[in-house]
Design a protein around this ligand. Structure first.
Ligand code: CP3
Length: 368
């Protein structure tokens, strides 16, 4: 089990009063909508193929080897956070890792993405999914312990680095299980959702059981925040989101918040879903770049924190354009407590590292 010291170094913070003390990093304070000295910043997929340091490791190890070897996963996580000088480190792992202990084999195919060998299409297959082997995911927690130990002390500016654990949301993970990989129209996912309510309900329950236990392992290991990725939830109408997804997602987020850490709930193409997503009780909502940040935040009555929302492809734009776009995001946030700067989705391969560094510098220069 986790050594007691580890938990003490990264206290689980959710009460605003607790975060107001010396241990409240600017990242966690922003999650809780408390005032900060400057806007915290980190990047979705900050450890990835755009980064030469990651590719050097990747040459010798498969993606799954990296995820399953705590020493390497921790090294990749730490290297990216330190190289960029960001305020939070997200543990290097993948959304699909819980499939293995649930009894679903998959692989990552070069240039294609994940492929599940026997996609879930029937109620029998749903019933056969295992929920009793989540301990097999403890390698992720071992990596988090190493990252937490590395970042135990304050950095040069006196702030403590935030350590983000993560898991998928029920809808997005169900979509990979059912489609067998990435999808454009989610035909099979929606076929089960609309056509076999009993199977869909059991699938949601099983995912919530496994994901909440997996998140609890990560918090015990030292994660001081959990991001729940619902990357593809934008494929749903508001009515379908409410009918089929809001309940189990609220249950998952409620259980994670019950562990004493803030939850960031992230999706793409969610402008119309945001008010319903807020009902999950998440502390922070991730915004993609299609919606102006100020407009999105208003639609949420400023009652939650927001994370985002630079278009990741502006990192390929000329310096003046990139600079202007970053300023636009900061201006839209207007110094209101509860903004975490990030991209609207992950950094893509080929992104110049220099551009990412330039964004970090710009945010650090611009005090509130
Ligand atoms: O630094 C970080 O952001 C942490 C690492 C991380 C990975 N996957 C490693 C990875 C995170 C947070 C994820 C989450 C994840 N995995 C998501 C949600 C995030 C999002 O983009 O919305 C999703 C949808 C997955 C599933 C997944 N993994 C896909 C669809 C792919 C293939 C697409 C691609 O970019 O190639 C992966 C592979 C993957 N996971 C890579 C990395 C760094 C790239 C492949 C590689 O290194 O070989």
């Amino acid at each position: 089990m986790t050594p007691v010291e580890q938990t003490a170094v990264h206290p689980a913070v959710i009460e605003p009063d607790a975060a107001a003390g010396a241990n409240g990093s600017r990242f966690i304070r922003a999650c809780l909508r408390l005032p900060v000295d400057r806007t915290p910043v980190w990047f979705l997929r900050q450890a990835g193929r755009y980064m030469p340091e990651y590719m050097a490791v990747r040459r010798h190890h498969s993606l799954l080897d990296i995820c399953r070897t705590p020493e390497i996963a921790a090294e990749v996580t730490i290297t990216a956070a330190e190289r960029l000088g960001v305020d939070a480190a997200i543990i290097f792992a993948d959304l699909l890792l819980p499939f293995t202990p649930m009894g679903l084999d998959f692989e990552f195919v070069a240039d294609e993405g994940p492929r599940v060998h026997a996609p879930i299409r029937t109620a029998e297959q749903v019933r056969a999914l295992r929920t009793d082997r989540t301990d097999e995911l403890l390698y992720v927690s071992r990596a988090i312990e190493k990252v937490a130990a590395h970042f135990a002390g304050p950095r040069a500016d006196g702030d403590q680095l935030g350590i983000i654990g993560f898991c998928g949301a029920p809808f997005t993970l169900a979509s990979y299980m059912i489609e067998g990989g990435s999808s454009r129209n989610y035909v099979e996912t929606k076929r089960m959702m609309y056509g076999d309510g009993a199977a869909w309900g059991i699938l949601m329950e099983k995912l919530v059981a496994v994901l909440s236990e997996y998140a609890a392992q990560q918090v015990e290991a030292g994660a001081d925040c959990i991001q729940v990725f619902d990357s593809w939830v934008g494929a749903l109408s508001v009515a379908d989101y409410r009918e089929y997804v809001l309940g189990p997602t609220t249950e998952l987020i409620g259980r994670i918040r019950g562990l004493g850490v803030p939850v960031i709930y992230f999706g793409v193409d969610t402008a119309s879903l945001l008010p319903a997503m807020r009902e999950t009780g998440a502390d922070v909502l991730g915004l993609d770049w299609r919606v102006p940040l100020d407009q999105a935040w208003r639609s949420l009555d400023h009652a939650v924190a927001v994370q985002g929302n630079l278009d990741p492809i502006t990192l390929f734009a000329p310096e003046v354009v990139l600079h202007a776009r970053v300023d636009e995001v900061l201006n839209a946030a207007a110094g209101r407590p509860g903004h975490i700067f990030n991209l609207g989705h992950g950094i893509v391969p080929g992104t110049p590292v220099e551009a990412v560094l330039q964004v970090v510098e710009q945010i650090k220069r611009r005090s509130l």
